[in-house]
Design a binder for this molecule. Structure first.
Ligand SMILES: Nc1nc2c(ncn2[C@@H]2O[C@H](COP(=O)(O)OP(=O)(O)OP(=O)(O)O)[C@@H](O)[C@H]2O)c(=O)[nH]1
Ligand SMILES: [Mg+2]
Length: 709
């Protein structure tokens, strides 16, 4: 079968933002206006569990009115195939944004017009930078009281560091929000009513000035400045093309098609960020936003191919996005439910047909592709093949996990890796009833396999199952989904901070393991150096033994010993991170040495070295932002200081005040209760992991005592 739609007519885009900016609301309108859906469901109308938006279909999403997992939908707009992934904004589900951005070609960043740039917008923006994803901005909620277009634009420029091209300017704000001026086409769109099917009137830009009278002077000013703003937008765009720019500057002449081409070029290469505005909830601006997606978001491969890497992650080449190349795809999401496993993939090159066999290059395992499906949120449709640029799912794959590269077996290649965030919080998990005992570990394993920001382990001393995740909500929802999707009930213990340990100083140590028990003895000696590495470096291993002073076959045993023993540090049994272990020298005995003896020597050497290095305890520090009324500011700041926090910024956000700072996670449990009572229920806060930092020496014992309770 030949390609049904030319690659140039594809747009794979993600919708990303801080929590509650209106991503799902916008996605729902996109489906309605593109004719995919005949009814709009609003996020706040789904709490009774009877209805749901297309993308927030999970029981937990409906009840809470928030998105938890990313959901893909596809639709058509003006002859283009638009694949949209609606992502969650809550920080606990960052993995969902992470993996979506890894496989998408572009992103629409949504802003709450009142709040402007919010913490999670910044995090997601950074993620998009990492994955080189071209973006456009959509300032939503222009109908809300306090909506301030200018503030969002300043935030985008200053906090996100983007060069914006204002494609639109809002006409009025709050209850006077009427529509927007398209500075590129040179006309205004004014809606007659709020109804979803209300038509808009198109007004030439020259006729707009003086036509509206708003209560806000700033809103009036925008209208007065329209022609200057247009000139500025055109100049920014045309700067992408020297000839067109010169002509415009000298003669004032320009061609709209050329301007659009320039914006597209600037956006695709990451130099420009086009800005749109609207109110999805009040049904204004979504069709224009879709036009923007078609005009400015790249088609698959337009901003380059996908990097090919060696097993160490070093880039060794690039695969262009085309059907005429060996098949290459990346698995970016695995969903398990009672019907089986769905593995979501993004195809970068080639054509994959039902019945084909691919190789999972990451795991060196063959996988037969029995069924291929197109996914529309929670509905699947069988298809016969998937082509370069497609996002689809394979059914019942055996060994493939999130982040794995799939490839034509004759031309295997590894694709650029995905990066997963570190979990910072842990809980013990126990089966609720006897009936759950046997099923719980399998169910937990499935949940962890589907979500790489979870980790599962068993505490060797207590035998307890420990689940680590990104936050309390993340863990709570995981356990709840296990109940609703897999029928297994479990009870969570009190959430605990994922502390870590590190070496205080570099240390050299020799350990001799010698045992004589009856017949044959045990002998192994290792000389090692442990060096602390900068934060985030992980664990490095270096074998520097020369002259066969430790036989080759025993060295892996020492390495294994270090890797295992480092899971339990000497301060309080937390994982030891960021160090380099160098095996310098050793001794062995022809008869008494064995891999086991070297493993024991390695473990003891690690333990003694770590203890002697004046080890450090590290704790996760969270970036916290509180939004409240100005009257409560003093109390909130005072409390933040008591929690060992550090205030870094404060100011005004719409009608409210905000405070930003860093606070150790250990001090943040139950914060919502404090905030509620301190601000008469009006304060809100967001928090996200920022970095690990050393716990002040004087506090270690006190903290550990609190943790063990
Ligand atoms: N006034 C107004 N409210 C809006 C607008 N868009 C969305 N909302 C409301 O904002 C709330 C959050 O909307 P969602 O679409 O769920 O936001 P989201 O970005 O998907 O949120 P998460 O997925 O949880 O991060 C809902 O109550 C919406 O009705 C808008 O344009 N104007
Ligand atoms: Mg949502």
């Amino acid at each position: 079968m030949a390609r049904q739609k030319e690659l140039k007519l594809y747009r794979n885009i993600g919708i990303i933002a801080h929590i509650d900016a209106g991503k799902t609301t916008t996605t729902e309108r996109v489906l309605y206006y593109t004719g995919k859906k005949h009814q709009i469901i609003d996020v706040h109308d789904t709490k009774d569990g009877k209805t749901s938006t297309t993308t927030d279909y999970l029981e937990q999403e409906k009840k809470r009115g928030i998105t938890i997992q990313s959901a893909a939908v596809s639709t058509e707009w003006k002859g283009h195939q638009i694949n949209v992934i609606d992502t969650p904004g809550h920080v606990d589900f960052t993995i969902e944004v992470n993996r979506s951005l890894r496989v998408l070609d572009g992103a629409v960043v949504v802003f709450d017009g009142v709040a402007g740039v919010e913490p999670q917008t910044e995090t997601n923006w950074r993620l998009a930078n990492q994955y080189n994803v071209p973006r456009m901005c959509y300032i939503n909620k222009m109908d809300r009281m306090g909506a301030n277009f200018e503030k969002s634009i300043t935030g985008i420029k200053e906090r996100l560091g983007a060069t914006v091209v204002l494609c639109q300017i809002p006409i009025g704000s709050h209850d006077e929000f009427k529509g927007m001026v398209d500075l590129i086409a040179g006309c205004g769109y004014v809606w007659k009513e709020e109804d979803k099917d209300s038509p808009w009137e198109t007004i030439p830009i020259e006729e707009i000035k003086g036509r509206f009278k708003f209560s806000s002077t700033r809103d009036n000013q925008w209208m007065d400045d329209l022609l200057d703003l247009r000139r500025e937008a055109l100049e920014t765009a045309l700067a992408m093309d020297d000839d067109a720019f010169m002509e415009f500057v000298e003669t004032g002449k320009f061609d709209v098609a050329k301007v659009k081409e320039c914006i597209r070029k600037g956006t695709v290469t990451g130099k420009l960020v086009p800005v749109f505005c609207g109110s999805s909830f009040k049904n204004k601006g979504v069709q224009q936003l879709l036009d923007g997606v078609v005009d400015y978001m790249p088609y698959p491969g337009e901003n380059g191919g996908i990097s090919l890497v060696d097993p160490d992650g070093k880039v060794i080449g690039e695969q262009q996005v085309t059907d005429d190349a060996p098949a290459r795809a990346l698995a970016f999401k695995v969903i398990n439910d009672q019907f089986g496993t769905l593995t979501f993939v993004r195809v970068y090159s080639g054509v994959i047909k039902k019945g084909d066999t691919l190789i999972n290059v990451t795991r060196d395992k063959k996988e037969r592709i029995g069924r291929i499906v197109e996914v529309q949120a929670n509905v699947t449709k069988d298809i016969d093949e998937a082509r370069a640029g497609d996002i689809c799912a394979f059914v019942s794959m055996k060994d493939t996990e999130t982040g794995d590269s799939l490839s034509d077996p004759v031309h295997p290649a590894l694709l650029e890796r995905m990066r997963f965030p570190d979990p910072v919080i842990s809980v013990s998990v126990e089966p609720k009833t006897r009936a759950d005992i046997d099923k719980m570990s399998t169910a937990l394993y499935k949940m962890v396999k589907a979500d790489p920001s979870l980790r599962l382990s068993v505490d060797q001393e207590t035998g307890q199952t420990v689940l680590k995740g990104m936050g309390e909500l993340h863990l709570e929802i995981t356990i709840d989904r296990m109940r609703t999707e897999l029928g297994v009930e479990a009870v969570m213990g009190k959430p605990k901070v994922s502390f870590r340990e590190a070496f205080g100083t570099a240390i050299e140590h020799i350990y001799t393991h010698k045992k004589q028990s009856g017949g044959s003895g045990q002998f192994a000696e290792v000389k090692m150096v442990f060096e602390p590495l900068p934060y985030g470096s992980g664990v490095e291993w270096s074998d520097e033994v020369t002259g066969g002073r430790i036989p080759r076959e025993f060295i892996p045993a020492v390495q294994h010993a270090i890797m295992t023993e480092s899971k339990k540090g000497q301060i309080a049994g937390y994982e030891v991170v960021d160090f380099k272990a160098r095996l310098l020298d050793g001794k062995y005995h022809d008869v008494d040495s064995s891999a086991l003896a070297f493993e024991i020597a390695g473990r003891s050497c690690f333990r003694e070295s770590h203890r002697a290095s004046r080890p450090k305890l590290l704790e996760p520090i969270m970036g916290v932002e509180v939004v409240t009324e100005a009257d409560y500011l003093g109390d909130v700041i005072g409390d933040m200081n008591r929690r060992r926090g550090q205030v870094t910024d404060q100011g005004q956000k719409g009608p409210s005040a905000f405070i930003q700072g860093f606070v150790p996670l250990a001090e943040m449990f139950g914060y919502i209760n404090f905030l509620r009572s301190a601000t008469s229920g009006r304060g809100t806060f967001t928090m996200e992991f920022a970095h690990y930092a050393e716990v002040p020496a004087g506090l270690v014992d006190k903290l550990m005592e609190k943790e063990s309770k």
